[in-house]
Structure formats: C-alpha cells, structure tokens
Design a protein around this ligand. Structure first.
Ligand SMILES: [Zn+2]
Length: 166
C-alpha cells in the first residue's frame, strides 16, 4: 500500500531526503519517516520424510490445486507461521524446515516466504479451509497446477532449490 497520510496521526506525508539514501516519506507532525505497509505470508512445499512426495490441496471450491499458505501473524516469525499453518490446515507436524526464497505477490501486496517442510507421517487431518488434499510425486506436481499461477511459480522455485542441492 502506498501511503499518502501518516498511519499514526493522519498528517499528509511528503518525500524527505535522507543522507546516502533515496528520499523516503516523512511525517512532519510525528517527526518520523513512514515506510510502505504490506502483508507478509508463508507458502509451504509440504514433503514426506523421503522427500519423494508433496502435498497439494484444494481450497474454497477452486478446482486447481495449490500449496499450503497463510499470513504471518503479528509478532510471529515466518518459521512459526509455517509450523502453525501446516498444523492448522493439514493437522500435521513439521519436522524439518528449509527456506527456499521470498517472492513479492503484487495482487495482494504480500511478501511471501517460501519454505519446504518435511512432515511426520502420511495422513492429514485437514481443517475447514481445505476441500481435499493428496500426496503427489514431486516430479509430477508441476503438471497438476494451473499454468501461470502462483502455485506453478512456487513449484518452479522448489525445483530450482532441489537442482542446486543435488
Ligand atoms: Zn504522523
């Protein structure tokens, strides 16, 4: 969200020069710089213990499968959000976490942190947010998601991560 007014006091902001940096928006009344406001979220490639299969889920009546994802709550770390979301959406326990990369998702002004998470066991107990879920072989996941969608972008990130590690 591009700020026009100070989110604390409502005064109109204006760009102010900073030493050695690009101008930033400034509130004269608060005597503070004000920086962009955006959301932060996690996306999770959920893997079995062997790393051979991953979970795709369908949500909210959408026929296209996606990855587990959710907003990071205030004062929570990205890692805590991954553990919480996997537990909430799938009822599964994260054993190992690896950070893959971040992506800015412009449609919802969200900075996404993408992790791979290994879970214990094979059986999910999904919550109301999940219509259905399935394990799919890692090498086939890309064929199942909508071309050009966010899930595809995330799966390509995971492929690249895997390539760099082997
Ligand atoms: Zn202010």
């Amino acid at each position: 969200m591009n700020l026009n007014y100070c989110p604390v006091c409502g005064t109109k902001l204006h760009p102010k020069e900073q030493p050695h940096e690009a101008p930033a928006l400034y509130c004269d009344r608060c005597a503070e710089y004000r920086f962009p406001i955006y959301s932060a979220a996690v996306a999770v490639t959920v893997l079995d213990e062997a790393g051979e299969n991953m979970i795709l889920i369908r949500q909210y009546g959408d026929p296209d499968p996606v990855l587990v994802a959710g907003y990071i709550e205030k004062s929570e770390t990205a890692e805590e959000a991954v553990i919480r979301e996997v537990n909430e959406e799938l009822g599964m326990t994260v054993q190992r976490l690896s950070f893959l990369r971040s992506r800015y998702y412009a449609p919802s002004e969200t900075l996404m942190f993408h992790y791979a998470a290994t879970v214990k066991g094979k059986t999910a107990a999904p919550n109301w947010e999940v219509d259905n879920w399935e394990w799919v072989p890692v090498e086939h996941a890309l064929e199942l998601v909508k071309p050009g969608g966010l899930a595809e972008t995330l799966l390509l990130d995971y492929e690249e991560y895997r390539r760099c590690r082997t």
